[in-house]
Every structure is written in structure tokens, then in C-alpha cells.
Design a protein around this ligand. Structure first.
Ligand SMILES: Nc1ccn([C@@H]2O[C@H](COP(=O)(O)O)[C@@H](O)[C@H]2O)c(=O)n1
Ligand SMILES: O=P(O)(O)OC[C@H](O)CO
Length: 319
């Protein structure tokens, strides 16, 4: 089993703070399988990847951890959903520090928001799952709720479900709304397993970015769904990634966007110099391999040190 991958030091500089990252654990107590497109998925082994991640993060004495969503797979038998989610949350809780979770489509296949958010300790009002935190005064982390407008997770008669279903009806002609058949290029994101950031959340994001600018903070955006077409497949993007990025680009404080969902992982720097890093999925690690990492934050850069399948990445911040 390989461990440290790629870049291992930042010229011996001391980071301001370091945190752990993992995405798409998608645990289920079921035999190995494959995605719709045939990519192998190791539903039981992903628990071992998480356990090795927590052990490594504790050994490195990281300050906090961010989980980028999809802790349990949609194929988990429904009678086992609660037990499986509690099992994974419990594994995260072995980390000696705060763990910040976000919701993904697979979490929502297993439990409705009302049950899920308290288990994930997500601060919530009216079932929304966006929040921010500031681990050190110089940096602000903004966790977006990519399934705010979504056909999964809200009650069937909730206005957000109705809005999402209407949107999918307009944008995706297939009877299976998870199928991108016939959709071209970036239109291929209009799938039921994706979602959008709603109007109220956009207003909240605007206020947070304004406040961060006033406080001279550097902002890192976290969302289960990727926000940049060059860092992700079209099929994995947030429905309104373009609107969200237009807002983000109005501020100079956002330097990095981190995401999951697109299991292969990806990296790109957009035309405004914002770094987009999508994390490789823990679910797709063949037995004995890993996909987790930690990020060292410096004044002028973020350094991701990945293990095995998670590529390392230096992200130099343009100030
Ligand atoms: N090219 C594709 C990809 C997916 N689907 C549908 O989405 C569901 C989830 O896909 P996974 O990759 O997570 O397995 C899948 O069951 C299909 O219904 C599709 O139609 N075409
Ligand atoms: O969320 P999943 O596991 O169904 O996979 C989503 C795909 O990676 C998006 O293209």
C-alpha cells in the first residue's frame, strides 16, 4: 500500500493550519459492484479507507476534517440506512477534532434531510444545509448546499422538489432523468442526481463573501457538486454552477473551490485564478489502496498531500 503521493513538503514552511479531506465513501454492506458506466465500486472496502484516513489524520494531529459528502451509497438496503450512516459518522468521530460534513445525493437517497442533518451535525434552518466556519481568523470556509433545489431529499410536496422536477422536465427530455442521453456538452449536467443553489442561499453567500472581504479573509468554497467544467465531467456539475461562479467572481476573496461527486477527481484554475480541486472517491479504491489527504494552509498557498489515488496538488493563491 502506497502512502504519501507526490509533493511532500512546502520548502519546510510551517502551515497556518492543516485539515483532512475525503469524499464519496459511499459505504454499504453489499458486495463490490460497478457504476452505470462500468467503473468498479468497493462498497465495503471504502469503510477501511475511511478508517485508515482517520488514523492518519490523528497521527498528523490535524486541526479539523472536511467530508465532501455521499457517506453511504444509494444501494444500501433501506432498512440498514440509519445503521450504516451512524456507523460512518461514528468512524469520523474517532478523529480527534471537529468534522465538517456536507450532504450528497447518496446521503439523500438513504435518509430525508430532516433525519440526516442532525446526524451529520450540520447547522440548519428550515432543512437547508449551508453554513460557514472560520478555523483561523485569516481563512473562511463556506459549505454550500448543492441539493438546495433538488428532486431528492425534500418531501415530495416541498416547493424545492416541485421546482426541481419542473426544471428537469424543461431541461432533460429523457424519461429517466438521471440519463444524459441526447444532452450536449454542458447541458449534460441537467440530471436528477445533481441540484442547484437556490435564491436564498445565493443571497446568504453574497453576504458571507461581503463580510469575508471586509475582514480581509481568504475564502475556500466547499460543495459536494463541482463548480468548474474543466475540473469535472459535465454530468457532475451543479446545475447553476455558472450563476454561483458569477457571484464568486465578483469578489476577490475566494481563491479555492473544493468538491466531490465526480469520482475520477480533477483540477483546474479558472480565468479568474480560482483553483478548483475535485477529490477522487474513496469508493473506487481497489482493496488495499486509499483516496484521502490533508491540506496545509499557508498565507500564499494551499498544499494538498494525497494518498495513493488522491493526487497531490499545490495551489498558489494569487493575491
Ligand atoms: N451515462 C449515464 C450515467 C448514469 N445514468 C443513470 O444514472 C444512474 C446513476 O449512475 P452511476 O454512475 O452512479 O451508476 C444510473 O443508474 C443510470 O440510471 C445514465 O442513465 N447514463
Ligand atoms: O453520485 P454517483 O455515485 O451516482 O455518481 C455521480 C457521477 O460521478 C456523476 O457523473
Amino acid at each position: 500500500m502506497g502512502y504519501s503521493n507526490g509533493i511532500v513538503s512546502a520548502q519546510g514552511k510551517q502551515p497556518l493550519v492543516s485539515f483532512g479531506v475525503i469524499s464519496d465513501v459511499q459505504y454499504a454492506d453489499i458486495p463490490d459492484g460497478r457504476s452505470f458506466l462500468g467503473v468498479p465500486r468497493y462498497y465495503r472496502h471504502s469503510l477501511l479507507v475511511l478508517q485508515r484516513a482517520v488514523q492518519s489524520w490523528n497521527e498528523q494531529k490535524l486541526k479539523f476534517v472536511i467530508n465532501f459528502g455521499d457517506i453511504v451509497d444509494g444501494l444500501c438496503p433501506k432498512a440498514q440506512s440509519l445503521t450504516a450512516i451512524k456507523k460512518i459518522v461514528n468512524e469520523f468521530s474517532i478523529f480527534d477534532g471537529p468534522v465538517y460534513h456536507m450532504i450528497g445525493n447518496h446521503c439523500l437517497y438513504n435518509l430525508p434531510r430532516a433525519e440526516l442533518l442532525p446526524l451529520l451535525n450540520i447547522p440548519s434552518h428550515d432543512g437547508h444545509a449551508y453554513y460557514d466556519f472560520s478555523p483561523i481568523p485569516e481563512f473562511r470556509f463556506v459549505v454550500l448546499d448543492g441539493y438546495d433545489i433538488s428532486a431528492i431529499g425534500w418531501p415530495k410536496d416541498h416547493p424545492n422538489t416541485i421546482k426541481a422536477l419542473k426544471f428537469l422536465e424543461e431541461k432533460n427530455p429523457n424519461s429517466n432523468k438521471n440519463s444524459p442521453n441526447g444532452l450536449v456538452g454542458l447541458e449534460r449536467r441537467f440530471l436528477k442526481f445533481n441540484g442547484a443553489v437556490g435564491k436564498e442561499q445565493m443571497g446568504w453567500l453574497d453576504c458571507v463573501l461581503h463580510d469575508a472581504t471586509t475582514l480581509n479573509q481568504t475564502v475556500v468554497i466547499c460543495c459536494h457538486l463541482p463548480l468548474d467544467p474543466c475540473a469535472s465531467s459535465s454530468e457532475s456539475l451543479l446545475w447553476n454552477y455558472d450563476e454561483v461562479m458569477d457571484l464568486i467572481h465578483r469578489y476577490n476573496c475566494v481563491k479555492v473551490c473544493l468538491a466531490g461527486h465526480a469520482h475520477k477527481g480533477g483540477y483546474a484554475v479558472d480565468s479568474y485564478g480560482v483553483h478548483h480541486r475535485v477529490f477522487e472517491a474513496a469508493l473506487e479504491c481497489p482493496p488495499g489502496t486509499n483516496a484521502f489527504g490533508h491540506i496545509d494552509i499557508f498565507h500564499d498557498s494551499l498544499l494538498l498531500s494525497g494518498t495513493d489515488r488522491m493526487e497531490s496538488q499545490e495551489m498558489v493563491l494569487n493575491c
